[in-house]
Design a protein around this ligand. Structure first.
Ligand code: GGG
Length: 354
């Protein structure tokens, strides 16, 4: 009997609500073509609207509702500004990542044909790498506090946390991924000259874990020069592994060099499949363009392709990628790509090519 995949569809906030229908449109087209059974459960919580109605981002039984799902398809979180960003993020996305142990955040960066590159002289093929971001610890913690609040002696402490368990598993994942690729090259993002305890330790874990992968070449780069090389020499990169904050920044910078972050997808993975994994665009809720139906739906659609690939349907993933590639060459294009098309126009065009 054909398996039916249970997918939670959480649009969230801002442009999440506009790109989600296009992601679902393409998933519907591809599932019909490949005979894949997807059963979507639309969810309106994990949103600031829900917070404004109830005082919390998610219901108390969110875990029970999502645990039976095979995957979570997520739009964006954060907006309107009456809900502070740290409340919306910690009340939804960061909860999913931690409590469902989605410790890998895989973020492909690729320059497509037909998309003007802001870096002079770069062509498709020159920018094609994967950012592997540690997704459950590092600089993203809520450990710390404020002393002498409101006085001129005010002190704020925010701890970063790195565990051997956490570092080793993301490094192992990145080495294995690098080993499967043609170039077999791994860049380890560090800042061991400045962050003088945690980052030399992180580099040491990379050395230790890397012993099992002798075919992978490794270079460690300080985050500052690494960021400059994303712009100046993007062809140096194949797989880049980074702690949570460094990975977050690099995976916005990388797509910006490919023309628009509106193209960038991501997969928040629990590789052991003990918990559902979550697939979402890299971009956020984009209040500046929300409500105008002009957001680029490609990141959402490509994230859906990553979801199908993770569920074992590489053929369906490839079909979506081909449809995206053709649309980026032939149009229609949203304004971030220099066009005048709507989110819906672009989503429809990609779905029609499936
Ligand atoms: N679709 C992703 C989203 O809503 N991102 C909001 C955001 O600020 N994310 C931060 C993060 O990925 O850690």
């Amino acid at each position: 009997m054909t398996k039916t995949y249970k997918i939670a569809a959480i649009a969230g906030d801002g442009i999440g609500k506009e790109v989600m229908p296009e992601g679902l449109r393409v998933l519907d087209a591809v599932s019909r073509r490949f005979g894949i059974h997807l059963a979507f459960t639309p969810i309106d919580w994990a949103s600031c609207d829900h917070y404004q109605k109830t005082g919390q981002m998610m219901p108390d039984d969110w875990r029970e509702q999502l645990q039976p799902m095979d995957a979570i398809y997520f739009g964006a979180v954060g907006w309107p500004a009456t809900v502070p960003d740290h409340i919306s993020l910690w009340g939804s996305l960061l909860k999913f990542r931690r409590e469902f142990d989605q410790y890998i955040n895989l973020r492909p960066v690729r320059l497509f044909e037909g998309v003007p590159c802001p870096l002079a002289g770069r062509k498709p093929g020159d920018i094609d790498y994967l950012v592997v971001r540690e997704n459950t610890e590092g600089e993203y913690t809520n450990l710390g506090g404020v002393m002498y609040a409101g006085t001129d002696r005010e002190i704020v402490i925010q701890e970063s946390v790195y565990s051997r368990f956490g570092a080793d598993r993301v490094l192992k994942y990145a080495f294995e991924l690098s080993q499967q690729r043609a170039r077999k090259h791994l860049t380890v993002a560090t800042k061991s000259n400045g962050i003088a305890i945690a980052m030399p330790w992180w580099d040491g874990r990379a050395d230790e874990v890397g012993k099992a992968y002798p075919t992978v070449t490794v270079d460690k780069q300080h985050i500052d020069i690494l960021s400059a090389r994303f712009v100046l020499q993007p062809d140096r990169f194949d797989v880049v592994v980074a702690s949570n904050l460094f990975g977050d920044i690099l995976s916005d910078l990388g797509p910006a060099t490919t023309g628009t972050i509106g193209l960038a997808p991501s997969a928040n993975l629990n590789p052991e499949r003990k918990f559902p994994s979550l697939f979402e665009p890299v971009h956020g809720s984009a209040p500046d363009i929300a409500g105008r139906n002009i957001a680029n739906p490609v990141a959402m659609i490509w994230s859906g392709a990553l979801m199908l690939q993770f569920l074992g349907h590489t053929d369906a993933h490839d079909a979506i990628l081909r449809a995206i590639e053709r649309t980026l060459i032939e149009g229609p294009r949203t304004p971030d790509l220099g066009g005048t098309a709507t989110t819906t126009d672009m989503g429809r065009a990609i779905a029609e090519l499936i």
